[in-house]
Design a protein around this ligand. Structure first.
Ligand SMILES: [Mg+2]
Length: 113
């Protein structure tokens, strides 16, 4: 019987790679230091799917080139059911709309100056 693992949808640009705002449709920046080690640990307990709006073939190629195909089971741009969504452009909603409004107004992606 297949063991049930909670799913994590993990973003590519700005999370698993060195992207920092210089988007190129035809090129996915190199993997970030520590990203492979993180996936290595996570995949033991979670099903990991790459969550990206990039071209799926390009993203799959990047996964294979970086030897990550053992850890990542799918590439999707759809919001599939998941335990967590990990993204550099996200805010965790805590039930308070005033706080959410302020968080949106003050949001800065982590790699911006
Ligand atoms: Mg991103």
């Amino acid at each position: 019987m297949k063991e049930f693992k909670k799913t994590l949808l993990i973003d590519l640009d700005g999370v698993l790679n060195t992207y920092h705002g210089d988007y190129n449709n035809d090129f996915i920046p190199p993997i970030r230091d520590g990203a492979k080690e993180l996936l290595e640990k996570l995949y033991l307990e979670y099903e990991i799917k790459l969550f990206t709006s990039r071209n799926k073939l390009l993203a799959c190629k990047w996964i294979i080139e970086n030897d990550l195909d053992k850890f990542i089971t799918d590439v999707t741009s759809e919001k599939q059911p998941a335990f967590l969504y990990i993204d550099d452009r996200a805010i965790s909603f805590n039930g308070n709309y005033s706080k959410l409004f302020e968080d949106i107004k003050n949001f800065k992606v982590w790699y911006s100056a």
